[in-house]
Design a protein around this ligand. Structure first.
Ligand SMILES: Nc1ncnc2c1ncn2[C@@H]1O[C@H](COP(=O)(O)OP(=O)(O)OP(=O)(O)O)[C@@H](O)[C@H]1O
Ligand SMILES: [Mg+2]
Length: 290
C-alpha cells in the first residue's frame, strides 16, 4: 500500500520541487519503489531527472481519466518513475471546475497504483487552487517547506493553514468528508544567523502547540547550500551530489537521509546505495564538487 506525500505551500519558490525530487531520489536509492507526480504546470519536477522511457500521456490523462495507464514515465534513477506535467497553459483547471466530484479523480488514479509503489510524492504549485486541494485530498501526509523569516512564516499562516482549514467541515456538522492529512513543516534554507535560528525555533513552538497535533515541525532542517542548486543542474538527487562536507553544516546526503528517517522511522536502518561510477553526462557538464 503506497504512502502518499503531498508537497504543498501557498508560497512560491520555497523549496517544494527540491524536496519532492530529493526525497523521491533518496527513497529510490534506499530500494523503495517511488512514483513522483508533477502537479505544477511549471514542469520543474518533470525537467529534473533524465527520462529514459517517456509515456504517451502525463498528468492531464492521469487525473481526468482517473486511471494511470500510459501515464507513467521512467527516469534514469532505478526505482524512480514519474507522471510528467503536460499542462503548460493550466487547462486542467477548467476541467476541475466542470464538476465538484473532479477533485477526487487524482486520489482515484493513485489508488489504482497503490500496490505497485511504496511511496507516491506529489509536487504542487505555490498557490491556492483546486488542483492543490485535490493533491491534499489524495495525500496521507503533507510536507511544507518553511523558510525562516518573518514574512514567510506569516504567509504560511495566512495561506497554507487557511487552505487546510477551508477543507474541513463546518464545526458541529457531521458530513462524510475525507480526513485532512497531517502536515510536517520542514525549516528550509536556514542560514546560520542568530535571527534565522530564532525564527525557526519560534515557528516550531507556535505550530506544535497551536495545531492540536495536526501540524508539526520536523527536527531536521535543510541548510541554505549551493549543493541543492547543483543537484537541479546535474539532474540528480542531492544526496548523490554532496555526500560529505567539512565543517559544522551537515552534507546534503546526511540532511536528506535524516529527513527521511524522521518522516519514516521504520527505514532508519536503511541507507541509500547507488553506482558511484555511473555519473550521468549531464552531471559531468555541471561541474565537480563544491
Ligand atoms: N537548500 C537549498 N539551499 C539553497 N538553494 C536552494 C535549496 N533548495 C532549493 N534551492 C533553490 O531555491 C530555488 C527554489 O526552489 P524550488 O524550485 O524547489 O522551490 P518551489 O517551492 O518548488 O518553487 P515554485 O513555487 O516556483 O515551484 C531553486 O533555485 C532551488 O535550486
Ligand atoms: Mg516548484
Amino acid at each position: 500500500m503506497a504512502k502518499v506525500f503531498g508537497i504543498v505551500s501557498t508560497k512560491g519558490g520555497v523549496g517544494k520541487t527540491s524536496i519532492a525530487a530529493n526525497i523521491g531520489g533518496i527513497l529510490a536509492d534506499m530500494g523503495q519503489h517511488v512514483l513522483l507526480i508533477d502537479g505544477d504546470f511549471q514542469q520543474s519536477l518533470s525537467d529534473w531527472f533524465e527520462i529514459t522511457d517517456k509515456a504517451e500521456f502525463g498528468l492531464r490523462q492521469f487525473i481526468t481519466k482517473a486511471q494511470p495507464t500510459n501515464c507513467i514515465s521512467s527516469t534514469a534513477i532505478d526505482n524512480l518513475d514519474i507522471v510528467l506535467s503536460d499542462d503548460p497553459n493550466g487547462k486542467l483547471i477548467d476541467w476541475f471546475r466542470a464538476s465538484t466530484n473532479n477533485v477526487y479523480y487524482l486520489l482515484a488514479s493513485i489508488k489504482r497504483l497503490s500496490d505497485y509503489y511504496d511511496y507516491v510524492i506529489i509536487d504542487s504549485q505555490g498557490a491556492r487552487g483546486i488542483l492543490q486541494e485535490s493533491i491534499i485530498l489524495a495525500s496521507d501526509s503533507l510536507i511544507c517547506p518553511l523558510v525562516p523569516n518573518v514574512m514567510e512564516s506569516r504567509e504560511f499562516i495566512r495561506g497554507t493553514i487557511q487552505m487546510l482549514k477551508s477543507l474541513e467541515p463546518p464545526a458541529g456538522v457531521s458530513v462524510p468528508v475525507p480526513n485532512i492529512p497531517p502536515l510536517y513543516g520542514v525549516i528550509y534554507k536556514q542560514d546560520r544567523t542568530n535571527n534565522s535560528i530564532k525564527i525557526a525555533n519560534a515557528i516550531r513552538k507556535q505550530f506544535y502547540q497551536g495545531s492540536g497535533g495536526k501540524i508539526s515541525v520536523l527536527d531536521t532542517f535543510v541548510p541554505n547550500l549551493t549543493a541543492y542548486k547543483k543537484a537541479v543542474a546535474a539532474g540528480l538527487p542531492v544526496h548523490r551530489v554532496e555526500v560529505t562536507r567539512s565543517g559544522p553544516t551537515p552534507s546534503a546526503h546526511d540532511t536528506i537521509l535524516s529527513l527521511v528517517h524522521e518522516l519514516l522511522p521504520h527505514l532508519s536502518d536503511t541507507r541509500p546505495v547507488w553506482d558511484k561510477n555511473n555519473v550521468s553526462p549531464i552531471k559531468k557538464a555541471a561541474g565537480g564538487e563544491e
